[in-house]
Design a protein around this ligand. Structure first.
Ligand code: CA
Ligand code: CA
Length: 249
């Protein structure tokens, strides 16, 4: 193999390795989720994926702060209704899932089911399609908003935790997100309801599955800009190699 051919071969290998690098090769900002003394959130997500024959992938925590922005980045530009179901709630607090409007008002979407009072333990065999409840909101709604948890402690004080860390009294992230890797209109979110860095930070205090009800043909998400840039880079490299090869032969 000539020097030129060796160099071409190594460059080709590099391009192929770069294009088909494993997910996570470039680390995304991800909030740390601790193991739980009850059931780990990661276990809940995995079991819900297995039960539905799909897989969920983690959404970076610089993306799940503003829900409208997140779904627009996923290529949804027409209003779609949202439905959801509670998967688990390992909490001593009375938790209610909802969202904060632009003026900071909490709007309730799903509460802890009455039959479990404070906590709902996770059981993947218990869920049915009929568990999904229309939430009465459309996204994008024309305004920015944050998903949120309103948490009433045993002493009666009320804490509100936003998906946006800057809106929280402790400045910490209180919500983590997964998306169905085959359908970017289908999410699982988990909330931490305790304040501060000394809390257990296991994010299983309220876990909700969300998906869009879309009346019409399923919108096709647009490829992420990063993916397009990599594809362009790879194709450009291959064209360059071809030209070098022709000139060298
Ligand atoms: Ca987050
Ligand atoms: Ca917790």
């Amino acid at each position: 193999m000539s020097l030129f051919n060796r160099r071409t071969w190594f460059l080709s290998c590099f391009l192929v390795a770069f294009l088909f690098r494993p997910a996570g090769a470039f680390a995304l900002p991800l909030t740390t989720i601790n193991s739980s003394s009850s059931t780990d959130l990661v276990h809940i997500v995995q079991k819900m994926g297995e039960a539905q024959g799909i897989s969920f992938e983690r959404v970076s925590d610089d993306k799940d702060m503003f829900w409208r922005k997140m779904i627009e980045e996923d290529g949804i530009d027409v209003p779609v209704a949202v439905e959801g179901r509670v998967l688990a709630s390992y909490a001593g607090h009375q938790n209610v899932f909802g969202y904060l409007t632009g003026d900071g008002l909490f709007q309730e979407l799903l509460g802890t089911p009455d039959y479990h009072r404070l906590g709902q333990h996770f059981d993947p065999t218990r869920f049915n399609e009929s568990d999904f409840t229309p939430l009465g909101i459309n996204l994008p709604s024309g305004q920015w908003f944050e998903l949120a948890l309103r948490s009433t402690t045993t002493s009666g004080s009320i804490l509100t935790w936003s998906s946006n860390p800057e809106a929280n009294s402790d400045g910490l992230d209180h919500m983590v997100t997964w998306v169905n890797s085959q359908n970017r209109f289908h999410y699982i979110v988990g909330f931490e309801d305790l304040r501060g860095t000394n809390a257990d930070r296991d994010f299983n205090d309220f876990v909700v599955e969300l998906r869009y009800i879309y009346d019409g043909p399923t919108p096709v998400p647009t490829p992420e800009p990063g993916t397009l840039a990599l594809l362009g880079l790879g194709l450009g490299g291959l064209v360059w190699l071809q030209r070098r090869k022709r000139l060298g032969s």
